[in-house]
Design a protein around this ligand. Structure first.
Ligand code: ADP
Ligand code: SF4
Length: 691
């Protein structure tokens, strides 16, 4: 960084109680699917964040007691001293780079069905748990409350023993007992812990004070608080009691970590919150009510936006979960004046899907996320080339771009041939659909770096066939030619082409993305894909004045988006746009001027009028090139082609995250040892002789 940089402000130390953060970059607590089951993977991932310059690196929520556990979700645990060594791995990895380690202690109360411990859940007032488990929480009595306070105190002492510098009390996301006590809808008590606001925050006040008493000599005590639930009068809100709560507790914690609730609002996808700093209008008031530092999030990836937050007095520390996942080295890149090298989060929540599916975190933009320990991958470094042989990559979508970028970084001479007039493949095509603009960042980041690499040549408008590839004679060829949406309706539900395809104009997502839309009229979007695309296309068609019905054989609309926290918002948006939603219906036949739909559970059928049909079902891998090259191996060797490999969607269509990952994996393994590249290090349970 130059002597005087506009971003110097971001690198000022910030005092937090008895500790000092080395800069203003603060990785707030975030779940990751490693948790208590995979401590080495977890420690390596957190360590990389510290190495990348995050001055504070926090854990995910860490369960303090078996009366609150949300298995099979894999969160942290600090139930007793046996948990300390695993946490030591994490704090050591963070401290190795001079950063502070924070731990978010949690008791989930109503949110914890306790499937492993099988203990009755606890809450301020008796009520069903908020999962779909047929289980109710019991009301905590005064003994439970005393125990609850003691569990926090003991967990804080263990956290200190494990080396943490910041210890959290947590009242966020509608997932924490402390928050449930604050919310009138969850707290109907008539004792000193219910009724008035002062009574409803009594437990929080006690817990923060007692953590301070226990560890406050050397650890800062942070309070994570959701200032608005976006539920109007039904929930905590900035215009209601949340402001009073901040006022009443203002100087008690050493740090305020503020956000909005629930998780789908806090971690809103770019489709629903396109702008950086989208939480500012809710959280900005907090700084005016406390002298303590305040951290908040808002999918910050631009240093100008970060500086603006601080200059305008909205925040003291720039909080990030997803931007730190997409680019663990974001702070160092700002420090080193390498802004163009920032791998910006696209706001897709594939990272969240990992946690929701109880597997280690993954990221669309950062294929090394979650692979730091098990594959030894690093977001910025990759092993050098082992030969000076040249490589041809055919196709400049997410897979081809990532493969070419990593091979280029390794030092190989890379030629990238793209058939169309622009790089990006589906990341570019989809970015033109409503709400998906940020998906172009997958291309932007890679294109920018590739163009600056001396050893990489890019050719656009260069569709290659097998003859051309053989004529070029590159010794190594990667095919990343993508996939094409099917036009016949085959997919999950229908294993054969639909009957009557000639009766209606048929469109696919590729048509819509190419700007080939049905004429306004009644259009049915048939979704047998179950991710985001059908809903996005329905929105696009509404914009084009079509009268849209979305039909899906699934139980619900855009079913998989539940894992990315988008499903509720998608349904609301489609209903607001007057899209008719029809679930549990398959197309049994396409009719002239309509469709015959069949219930997926009964024999019931019904006819619906339609002028056009958009089929969002499945994709065919564009593997013709691979087949024509690989079925003539003698011609390949005559052409001097030693290796040929398909990557991304042309191997097996999947998410953009999958395509990037497969491109990265291929580049990592290229000319590697002769070992099974599918294998990775696993965290095995050691069986001791003593029970
Ligand atoms: P992936 O997600 O696997 O990267 P995409 O469909 O996003 O796949 O990208 C594939 C890219 O490959 C597209 O940009 C497409 O134009 C390009 N492509 C497909 N076939 C050829 C070919 N024969 N020669 C050059 N480029 C091709
Ligand atoms: Fe951002 Fe998507 Fe990566 Fe999550 S998975 S950090 S939302 S790019």
């Amino acid at each position: 960084m130059s002597v005087k940089s506009p971003y110097d402000l971001l690198f000022e130390p910030v005092r937090i109680g008895p500790v000092t953060a080395p800069n203003r970059f603060y990785q707030v607590p975030h779940c990751n699917g490693f948790g208590h089951l995979r401590p080495r993977g977890l420690a390596a991932m957190r360590g990389i964040k510290a190495e990348g310059g995050w001055g504070v690196v926090c854990t995910e929520e860490v369960e303090i007691h078996p009366t609150s556990e949300i298995s099979p979700a894999v969160e942290g645990r600090i139930w007793d001293d046996q948990d300390i060594p695993a946490h030591r791995l994490v704090t050591d990895a963070i401290h190795a780079h001079g950063s502070l380690a924070g731990i978010e202690l949690v008791h989930n109360g109503l949110h914890a069905p306790n499937r492993i411990s099988r203990l009755p859940p606890m809450a301020p007032s008796a009520a069903p748990v908020d999962s779909s488990d047929p289980i109710q929480a019991r009301a905590m009595d005064l003994t439970d409350i005393r125990n609850f306070r003691r569990w926090h105190r003991h967990a804080a002492l263990r956290a200190k023993a494990a080396g943490y510098d910041i210890v959290y009390a947590y009242a966020g996301h509608n997932m924490a007992t402390l928050m449930h006590f604050m919310q009138p809808r969850h707290n109907q008590r008539s004792d000193e812990y219910g009724g008035s606001l002062e009574n409803r925050i009594r437990l929080t006040r006690e817990v923060i004070s007692e953590i301070k008493d226990a560890v406050g000599d050397s650890c800062a005590v942070a309070f994570r608080f959701a200032v608005d639930e976006l539920l109007g009068e039904e929930g905590l809100s900035v215009d209601g009691e949340a402001r009073d709560i901040v006022g009443l507790l203002a100087e008690l914690p050493d740090l305020w970590d503020v956000n909005i609730s629930g998780w789908s609002n806090d971690s809103a996808t770019a489709r629903f919150e396109p702008n950086e700093g989208y939480q500012e209008s809710y959280t900005a008031f907090v700084k005016s009510m406390t002298s303590k530092p305040v951290v908040g999030v808002g999918r910050f990836t631009s240093p100008d936006a970060m500086v603006s937050q601080i200059r305008r007095g909205a925040l003291d520390l720039i909080g990030a979960a997803r931007p730190s996942i997409a680019d663990p080295f974001l702070p160092s890149k700002i420090r080193d004046d390498r802004i163009e090298a920032i791998r910006e989060c696209i706001g897709c929540n594939i990272c969240v899907s990992g946690d929701n599916l109880n597997v280690p975190i993954r990221c669309t933009q950062n294929p090394t996320m979650g692979e730091e320990w098990r594959r030894g991958w690093h977001p910025e470094k990759i092993g050098p080339s082992v030969s000076d042989e040249a490589v041809l990559v055919v196709g400049g979508g997410p897979a081809g771009l990532e493969c070419a970028l990593q091979l280029g970084k390794r030092g190989y001479r890379v030629t990238l041939a793209e058939g169309s007039s622009a790089l990006g493949g589906r990341s570019l095509r989809e970015s033109r659909l409503p709400g998906l603009k940020s998906y172009a960042r997958v291309k932007d980041y890679r294109e920018g770096l590739l163009k600056s690499m001396a050893g990489v040549e890019i050719y656009l408008e260069s569709p290659l066939d097998a003859d051309a590839i053989r004529e070029f004679g590159f010794p190594h060829v990667f095919l990343a030619t993508g996939a094409t949406w099917r036009r016949d309706g085959t997919g999950r539900q229908n294993h054969r082409p639909l009957a009557g395809l000639n009766h209606l104009p048929i469109f696919t997502p590729d048509d819509i993305m190419a700007g080939n839309l049905p004429n306004a009229g009644k259009v049915t979007v048939f979704d047998d894909d179950h991710y985001y695309l059908a809903g996005v296309i329905a929105e696009k068609l509404v914009e084009a004045d079509c009268d849209v019905t979305l039909v899906t054989p699934a139980q619900t609309v855009s079913a998989w988006t539940d894992f990315t926290l988008e499903q509720d918002k998608i349904i609301t948006r489609l209903l607001e746009k007057n899209v008719e939603l029809t679930v549990r219906r398959n197309i049994s036949e396409i009719l002239p001027g309509g469709l015959r739909l069949a219930c997926t559970h009964s024999n019931h059928t019904e006819e619906r009028a339609a002028d056009a049909l958009v089929l969002v079902t499945a994709r065919d891998a564009n593997d013709a090139l691979h087949r024509s090259l690989s079925t003539q191996p003698e011609q390949l060797s005559e052409a001097g082609i030693q290796s040929l490999q398909s990557i991304g969607d042309c191997l097996a269509p999947g998410t953009i995250a999958n395509a990037v990952y497969l491109g990265h994996l291929a580049a990592q393994n290229f000319q590697g040892d002769d070992w099974d590249a599918a294998l990775f290090r696993r965290e095995m349970t050691a069986l001791s002789r003593e029970a």
